[in-house]
Design a protein around this ligand. Structure first.
Ligand code: HEC
Length: 662
């Protein structure tokens, strides 16, 4: 349900409504478009042949039966929009003949149901505005509105972007709870909306536990508590075999990237809900921080960034891989994760470094294929493991962007589907890929599926770079502080399966790069992109998120390698790209700060000592702005320029460079 329209979706949708003929042509990261199914998996279409459009918004197995909720989104905020249904799908397990797979309709008239669980034989469903248990009072096998026992009501006002994501059942001290996420209200267009309190116990943008549930609980016997908060569109929810809870959030306001988060109880993950009078903020959102501006310094670090447009556009549910045998056992404990807009799966590897969870993401499977042999019939939204140990993928789509993107000139394909994914037992002879990227003191270690020899290592062209983000209350974010990473040493492990790269420039969370109440990268971590060219791999790139680097992160200036005295212009330009570009453009557009375009020589109204004065932007003005940014600020801008502790030579180089920007 990426209705979860990340903002990028939204304009596309709105546009699609205005001009239905116009084809949407997506911009994908290179390498994402030309894609195929992972060589170690196979797919089968297992959706029923009946004319039932299983646009799957939630799935749960009970024995051999799969319970699914089917979802038709309200794209125009016309609430309440009660087109949701629940089906029981039978004949799936041990059968590949679609004619024998049946979808039995159990219920209709549901208000955008996007969460389901079966416990003690009872179906639990999460709609937009309530969480309920279904009771078959008359024993006819289907459910009507009066057979719904509402356990929690008023979980949302009618906003097109609020959903209940889940459920998983979680045991706590012998009791069972329903766990899931509440997504947040946004406005058509993508900015935050107020999360108006309907039921004051609702904290949107948060992970909840509701219960205890027993199959016969009464509403008065259950309560809701919160495990973590601070997300925007957390359309991925899963619980691992160690009871670890994983949330996958979508980029947007305060989220410069999509994120895979292994939750810390009580964590706040940086998406501030607007606070105004009678509205609810997210669980664990710091009360004393201005919700208009937020600030990453108060957030809990994420686990793995999923760079927008490169790896993910609309990440969905993850599932932890278990029980793989033989050569494939290296993937156990990794996560497969759906991706709706791009119609793909991605793979996440996690490790704990000095008590901090972080890891890497890799492209896994993509491609569109109505037959299901080589790709997905639509965008994977939900994944569950069946009693046959195979993985069932539930797809969803709709108009606009939510269908899995067709190839150029291709008609939109089905907006639904149910597919079965299993792993092959024979590994193709030429198959190799990065299994994992790990942190090591002074560098990174890359684990390969298949060993290579020294001459292959010598032939690899490595391309490595790193960047961070500065979360703001603007939508999304750009790469900040981006710089190439030099590899000073390459070594192959004895077994040939691990490449150890020494990279002295790696940064981590401390010290932060830019510290400012509002604009900072504190707690954000760094993405390290590792590309291995000239080695035959299924995919040549992985992205590691560095929160904690063993041995400490580099504090070197970003344009390392350049000499400010010898090459001041080049140096200043590198410094601009790395530091200033997050807040200043060169094209006249406004970001946090004014554009540098034509800045030199301008007459400017500035606030100095609380008074408005007119100043001419000359050498001195520029120097002062950089050296002591808060002494005077141009009218109409917040006093938000960070002190960057640059050397005098660096400041002068920047001034000379800014003067050239006409
Ligand atoms: C986190 C955001 C941010 C970063 C990073 C940043 N600036 Fe700024 N800058 C601002 C803001 C906001 C203003 C306007 C308000 C103020 O001066 O505090 C500003 C103002 C300025 C001005 C004065 C502009 C005018 O029209 O008067 C200059 C010059 C400037 N910045 C240079 C730089 C340079 C050079 C860098 C990089 C080395 C940089 N800034 C990095 C946010 C930023």
């Amino acid at each position: 349900m990426k209705l979860f329209l990340t903002l990028i979706l939204l304009p596309a949708l709105v546009m699609a409504q205005a001009k239905p003929k116009k084809k949407f042509s997506p911009k994908l990261g290179a390498g994402v478009a030309a894609d195929r199914l992972h060589p170690l998996v196979k797919l089968e279409n297992v959706y029923p042949l009946d004319e039932v459009e299983l646009k799957i918004s939630a799935m749960a197995f009970q024995g051999d039966d799969l319970f699914v909720s089917v979802f038709t989104p309200d794209r125009q905020n016309k609430a309440p929009f009660k087109k949701g249904e629940i089906f029981k799908v039978t004949g799936l397990v041990g059968n590949s003949e679609r004619a024998k797979i049946k979808a039995h309709r159990l219920m209709g008239d549901l208000y955008e149901p996007t969460a389901i669980a079966v416990f003690e034989g009872k179906i639990y469903v999460g709609e937009k505005d309530k969480i309920s248990r279904l009771e078959d009072k008359n024993g006819d096998g289907v459910f009507t509105a009066d057979e719904k026992v509402v356990l929690m009501d008023g979980t949302s006002q009618p906003n097109f972007h609020t959903y209940t994501v889940g459920f998983e059942t979680i045991k706590r001290e012998g009791e069972t709870y329903l766990a899931g996420n509440f997504t947040t209200s946004i406005r058509l267009g993508g900015s935050r909306d107020l999360n108006v309190t309907v039921n004051p116990k609702t904290k949107r943008g948060s992970t909840f536990l509701l219960g205890p549930i027993t199959g016969t609980e009464r509403p008065s016997q259950v309560d809701i508590s919160y495990y973590a908060g601070g997300y925007r569109t957390p359309n991925g929810f899963a619980v691992g075999d160690e009871n670890e809870i994983v949330v996958v959030d979508n980029q947007g306001v305060f989220n410069p990237s999509n994120e895979f988060i292994r939750l810390t109880q009580g964590g706040f993950y940086g998406h501030y809900l607007l606070k105004k009078g009678d509205t609810n903020i997210a669980a664990f959102q710091p009360e004393n921080v201005d919700s208009n501006t937020g600030g990453s310094r108060y957030q809990t670090p994420t686990t793995v960034h999923l760079p927008q447009g490169i790896v993910n556009r609309s990440p969905t549910q993850p599932i932890k891989l278990k029980g793989l045998r033989g050569a494939l056992s290296v993937y156990n404990d990794q996560w497969l994760m759906g991706e709706l807009t791009l119609g793909r799966l991605n793979r996440v590897f996690l490790e704990e470094v000095e008590g901090v969870w972080q890891g890497a993401v890799f492209l896994h499977s993509g491609g569109h294929d109505a037959e299901g042999k080589k790709g997905f019939t639509a965008g994977p939204n939900r994944i569950v493991k069946g009693p046959d140990e195979k993985y069932y993928l539930g797809h969803i789509g709709h108009g606009g962007l939510w269908q899995f993107l067709p190839k150029p000139n291709e008609e939109p394909k089905p907006h639904y589907g149910l597919q079965r994914l299993s792993f092959v037992s024979d590994v193709p002879a030429d198959f190799n890929e990065m299994v994992a990227i790990r942190d090591m003191p002074g560098g990174l270690e890359i684990e390969l599926f298949k060993a290579i020899d020294q001459s292959q290592l010598d032939g690899i062209q490595f391309a490595t770079k790193q960047w961070t983000y500065v979360p703001t209350n603007g939508y999304g974010g750009r790469n900040f502080g981006e710089e190439g990473l030099e590899i000073t040493k390459k070594e192959l492990s004895k077994d040939g399966e691990k490449i150890r790269l020494t990279m002295p420039g790696i940064r981590d969370n401390s010290p932060p790069f830019v510290t400012h109440q509002k604009y900072s990268n504190e707690n954000v971590g760094w993405v390290i992109e590792v590309k291995l060219k000239n080695l035959q791999l299924y995919k040549d790139t992985g992205w590691y998120t560095m929160i904690r680097h063993q041995g400490g992160g580099s504090t070197q200036f970003v344009a390392a390698g350049l000499d400010v005295k010898r090459d001041p212009m080049k140096y200043a330009q590198a410094q601009y790209k790395a530091i200033c570009a997050a807040c200043h453009t060169l094209d006249g557009n406004r970001l946090a700060g004014p554009s540098f375009k034509g800045l030199f020589g301008k007459k400017q109204t500035v606030i100095r000592d609380g008074k408005k004065v007119t100043a001419t932007v000359d050498d001195d003005y520029l120097l002062r702005s950089i050296a002591a940014p808060l002494a005077e600020t141009p009218e109409g801008y917040p006093p938000a320029m960070p002190a960057l502790n640059l050397s005098v030579a660096e400041q002068r180089a920047l001034v000379e460079w800014i003067k050239t920007l006409k």
